[in-house]
Ligand binder design. Structure first.
Ligand SMILES: [Ca+2]
Ligand SMILES: [Ca+2]
Ligand SMILES: [Ca+2]
Length: 464
């Protein structure tokens, strides 16, 4: 009529009632004879006051290691005038993994727990397929869909840029987490960062490394969500958040996301997940500029020719100590640098976003026409220009070797009216066809302390 032991696992993360649990000790008793049973239960040595055969336990404080709560259940009855008694052990294993889990990783509750910096990036819905071919999304119910714009009535806008940020959680258990990701083709522009909350340190950067090329004649295409597992075991104990960033305008320059689970007790639980996320290069923290010195070519920079009269904008120079003019004037570059390839074109170059730090120092090298070329700081989401800096020392004098050589400048973004915490990007603009109308730049870097005297301090210019 009884079992010897009953064991029940509870995780307050998934428990419906997070305050208490009511246990009916009669549920584990098979009373075939329909006897009148009476229950006596002790928890440890403590006798419990029951409501019939039920007891309500109010939860205390628990960790990711299950706490055992043991009940000794004694059942008394009478058969044919003879008193009988049986016992069993009921054990609750209670853990609480809530601090290791993000809020609403499923998007079941739309964007609850998430911060979307730019509504043009997309919205949560439950579409099953996309395009005329009805390609499957492979999401789980609702998900973040870059092809959806909610109730805005707007069309999809791949050119939009911005971030989607999760709630804060602590890395625990095995350190593995899982998610689904689509789009995000190019690792230098669309990626998923794991960021330490207090320091802004980027611990790992992942992207859609199992991306399915559109040319493949399969049912799955580039926007289909692929299931990933990612290893954060080197960072167990750190308090972090996940941030998806879109710095792209084209070539699957968007992301689709779903099904984030940030806690697994053991690595075996993720064994079946088909794709392992590959960690890719990234700045040390969110305050730094990715590839600001063009060491990695144009990775992390978006270049566009806006007016082409015989020359493409967007050419990188990889020549050490390159010179210009008949007298071989130095550009003053540090290794790779950027210059427009031909004078008769206009265009711009735009960086990945970064966060303005408390002190907000930025240094760079700039050469070329000071009236027609400039360095601007943009709001990372809207593209609004927040400040503009020009080549103060420009002199266009071919005979005296002045014009395209770069000068080292430092600017203070806080003094320029851009407050700490603002997400910005750099835009380098060439709006000139002639008169040294080739913008030349290099060595963008941010600093927590004021850089030295070899950088000339300049202020933003008024553009109206
Ligand atoms: Ca979902
Ligand atoms: Ca985009
Ligand atoms: Ca460089």
């Amino acid at each position: 009529m009884r079992e010897d032991t009953v064991e029940v696992n509870i995780d307050l993360f998934s428990a419906e009632d997070k305050e208490k649990i009511t246990i009916d000790f009669a549920e584990n008793v098979n009373n075939i004879g329909g006897l009148k049973l009476s229950y006596t239960v002790t928890m440890g040595e403590q006798p419990l006051e029951l409501d019939g055969s039920a007891y309500t336990l109010t939860f205390g404080t628990y960790t990711e290691t299950a706490a055992e709560v043991v009940f000794n259940v004694k059942i008394s009855y009478t058969v044919n005038g003879v008193a009988g008694e049986q016992e069993y052990i009921y054990t609750l294993y209670i853990k609480d993994t809530r601090e290791f889990q993000i809020v609403n990783g499923t998007f079941d509750n739309d964007l609850t727990g998430w911060t979307l910096s730019n509504s043009q990036l997309g919205a949560v819905n439950a579409d099953k397929t996309y395009w005329n071919e009805n390609v499957p999304f492979n999401a789980d119910g609702k998900f973040f869909n870059a092809y959806s714009f909610g109730d805005s009535g707007k069309d999809a806008f791949e050119g939009a840029m911005g971030t989607l940020t999760s709630s804060v959680f602590k890395i625990g258990g095995s350190g593995w987490f899982t998610y689904k990701l689509g789009g995000a083709k190019n690792a230098d522009k669309v990626f998923l960062d794991v960021i330490e909350k207090d320091t802004g340190a980027i611990l790992e950067r992942f992207y859609n490394n199992a991306f399915f090329d559109d040319n493949s004649q399969t049912a799955v295409r580039g926007c289909t969500l692929l299931a990933y597992k990612a290893d954060l075991s080197a960072h167990v104990g750190k308090t972090v958040y996940i941030r998806l960033s879109d710095n792209a305008k084209n070539d699957y320059g968007l992301f689709f996301a779903d099904s984030f689970v940030t806690y697994y007790e053991s690595a075996e639980e993720v064994a079946e997940v088909p794709n392992t996320a590959t960690s890719v290069p990234h700045p040390d923290n969110i305050y730094q500029i990715y590839n600001g010195g063009f060491d990695s070519g144009l990775l992390g920079w978006y270049a566009e020719t806006t007016d082409n009269q015989g020359g493409e904008f967007g050419v990188l120079s990889e020549v050490e100590n390159e010179t210009w003019g008949v007298n071989n004037q130095p550009y003053n570059n540090d290794g790779n640098f950027f210059k427009n390839g031909h004078e008769p074109s206009k265009g711009y170059l735009q960086s990945n976003s970064f966060t303005v730090s408390e002190n907000g120092w930025l240094t760079f090298k700039l050469g070329g026409n000071n009236a027609l070329s400039y360095v601007a700081i943009l709001n990372a989401d809207t593209g609004e220009e927040l400040a503009r800096f020009v080549n103060k020392n420009f002199v266009g004098d071919w005979d005296n070797n002045k014009g395209w050589e770069m000068h080292a400048y430092k600017v203070n973004l806080a003094e320029s009216g851009i407050s700490a915490g603002t997400e910005v990007r750099i835009k380098v603009v060439d709006d000139a066809f002639e008169n040294y109308g080739v913008v030349v730049v290099d060595s963008f870097a941010t600093h927590a302390e004021e850089p030295g005297e070899h950088f000339e301090k300049i202020d933003k210019v008024t553009t109206e």
